[in-house]
Design a protein around this ligand. Structure first.
Ligand code: AHR
Length: 532
């Protein structure tokens, strides 16, 4: 053998060993992710209400975040910030839950109507002054400006049935009752639409520390007497009534679901509910101590692992609901969810101010995908909270506004609103960091309202990109394009000074060998539509 041949042979051997090692080591080269979608296999509707928002009188959520008042130098329409309205319109908010949260069970609606507002306190959230300048009319104006619907939570804790019934009559009556006339005198002759009605909030805790049995008795009275009189909503299903449901997965919570759903299973014409609420924050341990930015991979992996518990929780409570409501008439509405971290240093501890990083974008996508996979039962969800509170879409400071990574995910998911779920199969692989092991990749698919195919792919792994091979049955795919959201670091954030650190960028996919192939970046959320 000549010297040259021998050198070549040795090089070849070294190369083969290195390639073999690389291929066998999931650390160096991760497996290609095969995602299969069969467009003919359609599932339930992904209700647009899964993308609902929650705006409580808490910290700067309402005051400063939405409401600046008509005399403010901040551009506004009848007191409501124009910049915030513009941003929210773009994410097609289907409904906004208001006025709380814990605030709802201490809210007396009469304080927030008319020319002279009562000045009260907000005992749950820092004990600060509640000026009541943002009340029923301002909320409804806001809903109208952003093109959304009202999810009003009625005070079932410290309020009376009559107070709740009067509020609904005030908002919805079309006939010339005294309350209707008062609404008209306050500037709104036409009845308002209340799409969803919350029957209390966390009645097992801040809503009155009730037992499930006591809550049930009280809730039944409210569902009967708190009526919607809007002529356009006379069909019973036109206003969804949402009962308080569980806030966790242990026996205390399964007992709660069991009690409410068992009663529902035997309900008569005179009461009924269309939804059961569930609250589940990603927190790891109370009180929330994880930092919202300035964290490392340990906290990244731990928080994302914790957020996946949403799936088990939904399965657990859905199974109980199935026993008493096999036709799934009652929706499970996850009307408080999201990451709850330590308050930002220097912020008011009762205002729940936190930053919002790329990790939150991934967390949002994972949860939205879980909801979509349970779309037959989960037909509503409200991330907590819309502006300046917890996992917010928007942060404001005086005249400044910034859109968070979570906002961008909600925008990218707009095509999934009222789409039809399509089951997907994929080899998720694993992302392992220290003691935390998670699925590396997540994906959902859906047929949009206009029949187009949408696919979402989340790459949880912060260190490796993922090669995706998408097999599509029932559609002759030519190409795909969409957007991908990632950033330099797992805790990258958008700030008032640098608002574009975490923003979506265009991405496209090629057809190769009959499959769509694309590479998704580490720690990214990608939404593509498939063109045929
Ligand atoms: O979103 C903050 C609070 O969390 C809500 O007011 C309450 O319902 C929950 O405990």
């Amino acid at each position: 053998m000549s010297a040259t041949k021998s050198i070549l042979l040795r090089c070849w051997l070294v190369y083969s060993v290195l390639v073999g090692f690389a291929l066998s080591s999931s650390f160096l080269i991760a497996q290609t992710v095969q995602i299969s979608v069969d467009v003919s296999q359609t599932g339930p509707k992904i209700d647009r209400n899964l993308f609902g928002q929650f705006a409580e009188h808490l910290g700067y959520g309402i005051y400063g975040g939405i409401w600046v008042g008509p005399d403010s130098p901040i551009p506004n329409t009848r007191g409501i910030r124009n910049d915030v309205v513009g941003a929210l319109k773009a994410i097609h908010v289907p409904n906004v839950r208001w006025p709380g949260g814990c605030f709802a069970d201490e809210y007396h609606w009469r304080n927030g109507i008319g020319p002279k507002r009562e000045v009260t306190l907000n005992p749950n959230w820092g004990g600060v002054i509640e000026p009541n300048t943002f009340g029923t009319h301002e909320f409804m104006d806001f809903i109208d400006q952003i093109g959304s619907e009202a999810y009003v939570s009625v005070n079932l804790g410290s309020g009376t049935v009559k107070e709740g019934a009067d509020w609904l009559e005030y908002m919805t009556a079309a006939q010339a009752t005294t309350l209707e006339q008062e609404r008209a005198a306050n500037g709104h002759p036409a009845p308002y639409k209340v799409a969803l009605l919350g029957l209390g909030n966390e009645s097992w805790d801040c809503g009155g520390n009730m037992t499930p049995e006591y809550y049930l008795d009280r809730m039944k009275v409210f569902t009967h007497f708190v009526r919607n009189y809007n002529p356009a909503q006379q069909d019973r299903d036109q206003m969804q009534k949402i009962a308080v449901g569980p806030g966790g997965g242990d026996q205390r919570w399964t007992d709660w679901t069991e009690t409410v759903m068992k009663a529902y299973g035997q309900h008569t014409w005179s009461w009924g509910i269309s939804g059961l609420s569930m609250h589940n924050y990603t927190v790891v341990k109370w009180p929330p101590a994880f930092k919202s930015f300035g964290f490392g991979e340990d906290e990244y992996a731990q928080i994302l692992k914790a957020t996946l518990e949403m799936d088990d929780l939904i399965k657990k409570h859905s199974a109980i609901m199935d026993k008493y409501d096999p036709r799934k008439k009652v929706a499970l509405i996850v009307d408080e969810w999201g990451a709850w971290y330590a308050p930002l240093p220097g912020s008011h501890q009762g205002f729940l101010v936190q930053q919002n990083s790329l990790r939150d974008a991934i967390l949002a996508a994972l949860n939205l995908n879980i909801f979509a996979r349970h779309a037959d039962r989960v037909r509503g969800a409200n991330i907590a909270q819309m502006i300046n509170v917890l996992q917010a879409m928007i942060l404001t400071e005086k005249e400044k506004m910034v859109l968070t990574p979570t906002y961008h995910v909600f925008k990218m998911y707009v095509p999934f609103q009222d789409s039809t779920f399509i089951p997907v199969t994929f080899n998720a692989g694993t992302y392992k960091h220290g003691e935390f092991t998670l699925p590396r990749v997540d994906a959902i698919a859906a047929k949009g309202k206009d029949g187009e195919l949408w696919v979402e792919i989340t790459n949880v792994d912060p260190n490796q990109s993922a090669e995706i091979e998408l097999s599509l049955a029932g559609i002759n795919a030519k190409s795909a394009s969409g957007e991908t959201l990632t950033a330099p670091k797992i805790d990258s954030i958008n700030t008032f000074d640098a608002p574009n650190t975490v923003v979506p960028k265009p991405i496209s996919a090629m057809v190769r060998g009959g499959k769509l192939t694309l590479k998704v970046e580490p720690k990214s959320v990608t939404v593509i539509s498939v063109e045929q």
